[in-house]
Design a protein around this ligand. Structure first.
Ligand code: MIG
Length: 659
């Protein structure tokens, strides 16, 4: 059952699809919730046995109890557990207990700031607050968690489906500058015989960080290079940033000015902000004509052979605005030649550090939404969604028959119909390895099936063991990309000492692609989850609700990866009898049946452990150097009290849209 309670006067966000077939009942109250429309709050008592799942890409665990989360898309590269906001706002929660007769989901459709106090102020109280008091609140109830998710997904629409090659391994690094850099990465992978499908182009491929340009000194004949790479089954995936550089003669800047496509301030002047290129204007993605215009620009790169993109800096991130920077400089004068004391020193410091992503700046500009001007902060969390929608719809227009890879940093529920997400600038920390696992089921609940973290970690220096464990943890994660920051230690797999170990893991990944692709496509077509918390399956088992480092991936496999340094094994909880498959490589593995309960499982550094459910099947192909070369005619099936024919293997040409 789906109920809708309206608070205030919410805007139409597009999170929910327009032609819903599911019945929705409009209500004035919600059972077991205390609603205060004046305050914009809804409150619920949490019993001891209740678990709260959801919120998509956030810090902390799978069970969200015990913290306060704030939906306010933020470019913050320090994802520590004291943070409240990351890049995305996925305002969906699911509340359940082991003995539940009914499971409840709530979605707060409000693109402004929304606060989720989940047992922070009071241990047993959940308080959700819409900052503006304007929100559509959907309450979805069903017998099980999976049914709640399924119902929810029927009203938010089908998930984005990437081309099959996007399930292969990708290599990225902020700092690859030239054609030679990219060629060297390819050559090194090729020489090491490590399978790979994509290499990413970060901001340095552009000319002075201008969207849809190619630096012709660094890439003298870009289309030829793209083609050459494609012959090797390598797809180049360029980054697109939200801000458009202010530069006379730059066509996109000039067209945007002429046609009034950029966001403006109250006085009607265009907002001048700054990101990589220096001063930029932000396209007003809220206007349909701007969506069409900007989206169509992707064709410039498509025409040069490109078939994948990642949208960055679309919270939008703001280094500074001209207006605020001027205020800061003016103010700084007051501190010159002063004896800065405890008070003034900290004011001075705060002044300087207030320059980027300043909340005041997000109140300086407006969007034109369905004919009305709305101040940015009230709809802030839609910006990345609309940028990606602009791209996604254009890609469909440009190539109606073909799937293109597209994922974004910032997002809001609804964006899952147009692209996937990566979880932004994590760090090469063991705690972020675990976080990468914990975010997946929450993202899947609200339709973000194509997602993944920067493997090896973006910021900080990666170690060889962390990289190996990350590749193992993500072995079934759809987006499988090694990415890192400028200035960090090189972490391409061939940089490390045990290249053979890395090759064995990546080969296993490729052997698993028939399974990954089948399970992904089934989840996308049937509005289901690919990654699930254990309790979604074993819902009567109280232990299953407390497992924070094991998840289900598809119907057959439970993941229980090693997430700590210097450990060659771990405790695993089996909610039922399972078969442990310990892979040394894709074709060297042992199988062992284990009983329900607790086990200590050995897992050496370059070993991958998977747990196969009873009555289920795991298909395995012989690996190839790219997804295009995987031979489906030689699939081998590992079974546990099941017949290979029990498995529904899904395959298609991997590139056509909707079959
Ligand atoms: O602020 O384009 O999250 O993946 O490498 C840095 C450079 C801007 C942030 C992205 C990251 C990317 C980086 N970008």
């Amino acid at each position: 059952m789906i109920q809708l309670l309206r608070m205030g006067n919410p805007i139409h966000t597009g999170a929910i699809i327009d032609n819903i077939e599911t019945d929705i009942t409009y209500v004035e109250t919600l059972p077991a919730w205390k609603i205060d429309k004046a305050l914009g709050t809804l409150e619920k008592q949490l019993s001891d046995t209740m678990t709260v799942f959801g919120l998509g890409e956030t810090v902390r665990g799978i069970n969200k109890r015990g913290w306060i989360y704030v939906s306010n898309n933020s470019d913050d590269p320090n994802h520590t557990e004291d943070k409240h906001s990351l890049y995305a706002s996925q305002n969906f929660l699911l509340i359940t207990t082991p003995d539940a007769e009914m499971v409840e989901g709530v979605f707060i459709d409000d693109p402004g700031t929304v606060t989720f106090d989940i047992g922070y102020t009071l241990l047993d109280r959940l308080t959700i607050r819409s900052g503006s008091g304007n929100a559509d609140i959907y309450r979805i109830t069903a017998r099980t968690a999976s049914e709640v998710v399924h119902l929810f997904r029927t009203i938010i629409g089908q998930s984005y489906i990437p081309p099959k090659w996007a399930f292969g391994f990708g290599q990225s690094r902020w700092g690859y500058q030239t054609m030679e850099d990219i060629q060297n990465v390819y050559d090194a992978y090729h020489n090491a015989s490590i399978p790979i499908d994509s290499i990413y182009l970060d901001i340095d491929y552009m000319e002075r960080y201008k969207d849809f340009t190619i630096n012709s000194t660094r890439f003298p004949d870009f289309p030829a290079f793209v083609k050459k790479m494609q012959k090797n089954n390598i797809h180049l995936v360029p980054i697109i940033d939200a801000g458009v550089k202010i530069e006379e003669g730059y066509d996109i800047y000039e067209e945007g000015c002429e046609n009034d496509y950029f966001v403006k301030k109250e006085n009607g002047e265009r907002l001048v902000a700054a990101v990589w290129p220096g001063r930029v204007h932000f396209p007003d993605f809220f206007k349909p004509e701007v969506q069409d215009w900007f989206g169509q620009k992707y064709q410039i790169l498509i025409n040069q052979g490109i078939d994948g993109f990642w949208n960055d800096m679309n919270e939008p991130a703001i280094f500074y605005t001209d207006d605020h920077l001027k205020e800061v400089f003016d103010n700084l004068e007051n501190y010159r030649n002063q004896n800065l004391d405890i008070q003034s020193f900290f004011e001075f410091k705060a002044l300087v550090s207030s320059i980027d992503n300043n909340p005041e700046d997000y109140r300086r500009f407006y969007h034109e939404h369905e004919g009305k001007l709305i101040r940015h902060d009230k709809v802030h969390n839609l910006y990345g969604f609309y940028m990606t929608k602009s791209a996604g719809e254009a890609l469909k227009r440009i190539e109606p028959e073909k799937r293109t890879l597209l994922f974004s940093r910032s997002s809001y529920i609804g964006m899952h119909r147009y692209g996937g997400v990566w979880t932004g600038d994590n760090k090469s920390w063991w705690s972020h390895l675990l976080l990468a696992l914990q975010q997946l089921p929450a993202l899947n609940m609200c339709g973000f099936l194509y997602s993944g973290s920067d493997m090896g970690g973006f910021g900080a220096d990666c170690t060889e063991d962390l990289m190996a464990r990350w590749l193992e943890l993500a072995i079934l994660t759809p987006l499988y990309r090694n990415h890192t920051s400028l200035g960090s230690r090189f972490q391409e797999l061939y940089r490390f000492s045990c290249i053979d170990g890395f090759r064995r893991i990546i080969e296993l990944r490729y052997a698993l692609i028939p399974y990954i692709y089948s399970e992904f496509m089934k989840a996308a077509h049937n509005d289901c989850m690919y990654f699930q918390p254990l309790s979604f399956i074993w819902d009567a088992d109280p232990r299953a609700y407390e497992i924070e480092d094991q998840i289900m991936a598809g119907e057959s496999i439970m993941l229980a990866p090693v997430v700590h340094q210097n450990m060659t094994g771990r405790y695993v909880y089996l909610p039922e009898d399972m078969k442990l498959i310990r892979f040394r490589s894709w074709n060297q593995y042992t199988e062992e049946i284990l009983n329900k309960g607790n086990h200590y499982i050995k897992c050496g550094l370059f070993e991958t452990i998977l747990f196969l459910r009873k009555g289920h099947v795991l298909p395995l192909a012989a690996p190839a150097l790219s997804t295009a070369e995987i031979d489906y005619s030689t699939i081998n099936y590992i079974t546990y009290d099941a017949d290979p024919l029990d498995y529904e293997l899904y395959n298609d040409d991997g590139i056509s849209r909707k079959v």
